[in-house]
Design a protein around this ligand. Structure first.
Ligand SMILES: Cc1ncc(COP(=O)(O)O)c(C=O)c1O
Length: 400
């Protein structure tokens, strides 16, 4: 079917819960994707950071094919030979004792919330049903009813209540607000759940003292610091985890997306024994969580990140892209924020919408995603080289 027919079919038969650009993709390799009519585009979204290793990476593909013809799913009712080695590799890479595997990012965050609450009751002594978790305005942690209940985005939240209690949203980057919350209600606070860099909000970086300050407050008041690194982690911001890269070790981490290099939904909650031991048999799980196919894919995806030094490349190519955009000196750009190969670019109000700019970028062969009206998010696969960055800059120079 051609693009027009596919778009028309989608508009008639699919739920309208997304508003994609009118590009119908059929192939991908490395940083490049191709539509059904054979037009090539540089992917500057990487499926929201899930394809950090590039599309259809041959090493991950090989692991998938080999494992898919051997054993795919056992459930955790039985053991499989791929699960434990992945837990060790992932735990060693990020520096945590234990790993709990799930599928989507939202499930990893739900796991973190359950762990924080149970830790609060069983270890900190918070009275049952009273645990509070501090979160931040502008957050994006997924789409479950619990998670959207503490979103500050009306589209994500409105009409889906009633919501779970126990979350307090504070301004992102405002350490004094966190301090005040602890001063007022410290004994009942089980955890602070934070994206070290807010991705969906538009690559928002907090002040340098924010995460270290939260770390210190969590230590003083005995609460868990849980970093959601589902988008910021695995190389995107230039290190395996943005928190660890900035010298802060959280008590627990969530990761997903690039954990499978775009092949399969794999997510994880990582923590040390003191936290993870709140989960005993029967307390949490998922039929597909930790299945052998997911585990084989994730191991290969991690090997690619390490062996190809994608963190280093993220920093190098990110610097080239950032400096290149600054050098354009475009009057349409109001602000630009960068962390590794991850850029949030705010347009001036007079420059039109970010959506219109992304449509224009697509006409010049670059796929990027608008967010919150005026922000363009750029996140090419971390295998991008200098030529790809130049290609992106050339399209940006035409549009900006
Ligand atoms: C920081 C963060 N957490 C959680 C999620 C949810 O992940 P998923 O869409 O796989 O459920 C996302 C997705 O964009 C995210 O950016």
């Amino acid at each position: 079917m051609d693009a027009r027919s596919l778009i028309e079919l989608e508009s008639r038969r699919a739920a309208r819960n997304y508003a994609p650009l009118d590009v119908v993709l059929a192939k991908g390799e490395g940083c490049w994707v191709e539509d059904v009519e054979g037009r090539r585009y540089l992917d500057c979204l990487s499926a929201y950071g899930a394809v950090n290793q590039g599309h259809c990476h041959p090493r991950i593909l090989k692991a998938l094919v080999e494992q898919a013809s051997r054993l795919t799913l056992t459930s955790r009712a039985f053991r499989n030979d791929r699960f434990a080695p992945l837990c060790r590799k992932l735990g060693d890479l990020l520096g945590f004792d234990r790993v709990l595997l799930m599928n989507t990012g939202a499930e990893a965050v739900e796991t973190a919330i359950k762990a924080a609450r149970k830790w609060g009751y069983t270890k900190k002594g918070i009275p049952e049903g009273r645990a509070e978790i501090l979160v931040f305005e502008g957050n994006f942690h997924g789409r479950t009813t619990t998670i959207v209940g503490f979103s500050s985005d009306p589209e994500s939240r409105e009409g889906f209540g009633p919501f779970a209690p126990g979350f307090t949203a504070l301004p992102f980057g405002d350490l004094e607000a966190v301090e005040a919350a602890f001063a007022a209600r410290g004994p009942g606070i089980a955890a602070v759940l934070v994206e070290p860099i807010q991705g969906e909000a538009g690559v928002i970086l907090p002040p340098d003292d924010f995460l270290p300050g939260i770390r210190a407050l969590c230590d003083t008041h005995r609460a868990l610091l849980i970093c959601d690194e589902i988008q910021s982690g695995l190389g995107r911001a230039g290190s395996m985890a943005a928190s660890l890269g900035s010298g802060v070790r959280p008590d627990a981490l969530t990761i997903g997306k690039a954990l499978s290099g775009g092949f399969y939904p794999v997510s994880a909650f990582l923590a040390d024994e003191e936290v993870m031991e709140v989960f005993g048999p029967g307390t949490h799980g998922s039929t597909y969580g930790g299945n052998p196919l997911a585990s084989a894919i994730a191991e290969a995806a991690l090997d690619v990140l390490v062996d190809e030094d994608l963190c280093g490349n993220s920093r190098a190519m990110g610097a080239q892209l950032h400096e290149g955009i600054l050098a354009l000196r475009s009057p349409k750009v109001a602000e630009i924020r960068a962390a590794g190969l991850w850029i949030g670019l705010d347009l001036e109000p007079s420059a039109g919408t970010a959506r219109a700019a992304c449509e224009e970028l697509a006409r010049h062969g670059v796929l990027a995603k608008d967010t919150h009206g005026r922000t363009i998010r750029l996140a090419p696969p971390l295998v991008a080289g200098p030529e790809e960055i130049d290609f992106a800059l050339s399209a940006l120079s035409k549009v900006l």
